[in-house]
Design a binder for this molecule. Structure first.
Ligand SMILES: [Zn+2]
Length: 167
């Protein structure tokens, strides 16, 4: 766990991400959601996981990177924040850093997700689970939020048909 100092505004954006993750799950996808917030605190782009459409790299964090490169100057990107329901995977963390985006705030960490999957006997992802701080050490990060992480855990439990997940 890196840093749990989150503002109320951070939590509001994270709740938005968890709502997007819930929407992804309802649409038959994995429960991940992310928003891109500019320096004024406005949400400029939101997305959710779309791997069920056949592209296993269709993670919301990567989609936000692509959008930011197409629509924001490097200066504006550097002052933007990406909020996400689950900490960036190494692919998305690398893309975020290459794009020169700013801070990342996550509701649940990759370590937490790895622990949940282990405890359920679910195989891990095909890419090594590494924290953002290892992949992109210059990116400021904050998270997880314990209460929202529990909501995310329940979404993943539901994805995998683990009992007791009522949401
Ligand atoms: Zn990813």
């Amino acid at each position: 766990m890196e840093n749990s100092i989150l503002t109320e505004q951070d939590r509001e954006h994270l709740r938005h991400c968890v709502a997007l993750a819930r929407e992804a799950l309802a649409a038959g996808d994995e429960p991940f959601g992310s928003v891109l917030v500019d320096a004024s605190g406005a949400v400029v782009r939101a997305d959710r996981n779309r791997i069920a459409e056949g592209d296993p790299t269709a993670h919301p964090e990567l989609a936000l990177v692509r959008w930011a490169i197409a629509h924001m100057s490097p200066q504006v990107r550097a002052r933007s924040t990406v909020y996400t329901s689950g900490e960036h995977c190494p692919m998305c963390a690398a893309a975020h850093a290459w794009a020169g985006l700013g801070r990342i705030v996550y509701a649940s960490s990759s370590a937490q997700l790895g622990h949940w999957l282990d405890s359920w006997g679910i195989p891990g992802p095909p890419v090594q689970v590494l924290p953002i701080t290892t992949v992109a050490p210059s990116v400021p990060v904050a998270g997880p939020d314990e209460r929202l992480a529990e909501e995310v855990r329940l979404l993943h439990a539901r994805l995998h048909g683990i009992g007791g997940a009522e949401l």
